[in-house]
Design a protein around this ligand. Sequence first.
Ligand SMILES: Cc1cc2nc3c(=O)[nH]c(=O)nc-3n(C[C@H](O)[C@H](O)[C@H](O)COP(=O)(O)OP(=O)(O)OC[C@H]3O[C@@H](n4cnc5c(N)ncnc54)[C@H](O)[C@@H]3O)c2cc1C
Length: 342
Amino acid sequence: MGIHASPTCVMHFNESTGWLLGKPNAGLACMFTMMNQARLGVGLQGHGLSELAWQASIAYANDRLQGRAMSGVKEPGKAADPIIVHPDVRRMLLTQKAFVEGGRVLCFLTGREIDSAHLNPDPQARQASNDLIAFLTPIVKGFLTEAAMEVTSLAVQIHGGHGFIRQTGVEQLMRDARITPIYEGTNGVQALDLLGRKVFGTGGKSQQMIAARIVDSIRKFGGMPEIAPLAADLGRRLEQWGRLTAELGLAAKSNPDEVGAAATDYLHVSGYICLAWCWLVAAGVAAKKLAEDPNDDFYTAKLVTARHYFSRILPRVDSHAAAARAGSTGLMALTADQFAIA
Ligand SMILES: Cc1cc2nc3c(=O)[nH]c(=O)nc-3n(C[C@H](O)[C@H](O)[C@H](O)COP(=O)(O)OP(=O)(O)OC[C@H]3O[C@@H](n4cnc5c(N)ncnc54)[C@H](O)[C@@H]3O)c2cc1C
């Protein structure tokens, strides 16, 4: 379907000899060293595809002439206005920009923690970084690859029919992105890892640890008038996340299927809140810079995109939280035969 430059094949090791590397019974732990790196790599792969799709979309939206702006003609010398004048096209472009630039912050934030886990002279700081990386790994993998599916699909949509055919190249980005939620552990498995191992496996401490880091950022930037509404919104989302985590923890004690039923929506809730954290920090820095130079285009765009993220994307948390709370009863109600009855 995609990544055609990768020579994918199935390999069977029939009647082969295996040699033990390392200590007996330590293989799974060794494999996870590799897997965790690979998962972060796939998250970056998804992010890279999002970046490319977004760059192609902006160029096309400025170039493609179609229709006239509803508020009045913008390019009277041309046969039509470029499609970037249309609010619906801007909705798609800003959604791409919010995922791409927010995702970039999430990647750098995770990378900084990896550096700290290796190089910080303080053993407690190294441990704190390792704990944060453990929590963020399924989010970088699971959430940024789901974002890549949305961003590359939006690129096809922005290109219209020219996106569906091969000419512009964006259909390839959508096909290439499709593997990222699958390999190195499907996103369903990432979600189970996040909720089952990382959250419930630490008695909820890992979620509280990252929430505390987010509260630090709210305190750091929330006093600025431009940032206060975003900080208040994120503060409410943190409470919502904490309540959801506690409720799911209780439900899972009586029925293990509750974890599987809630995990994917919980990963989405966590991903959207972590990206809101990234956007709060970016908006805070932008607001400081704009206080020095209100005409700076780069920081103006950051602030506008942060507001787009908070007003139009972050509310998705509500529907994912509702779905996570819906429980396993309905999912487990049908027999396998009943599924096939149309
Ligand atoms: C292009 C490509 C390259 C690849 N490269 C490599 C490689 O280099 N090395 C390598 O080892 N592998 C490679 N793979 C394999 C890849 O890692 C697996 O396909 C992937 O991990 C999913 O496993 P699976 O295909 O067995 O799916 P399955 O495990 O059969 O999953 C099918 C569906 O069931 C769900 N599911 C399965 N088990 C559970 C569960 N316990 N709870 C909830 N849901 C579950 C999954 O989420 C998924 O939706 C590659 C695959 C592709 C397509």
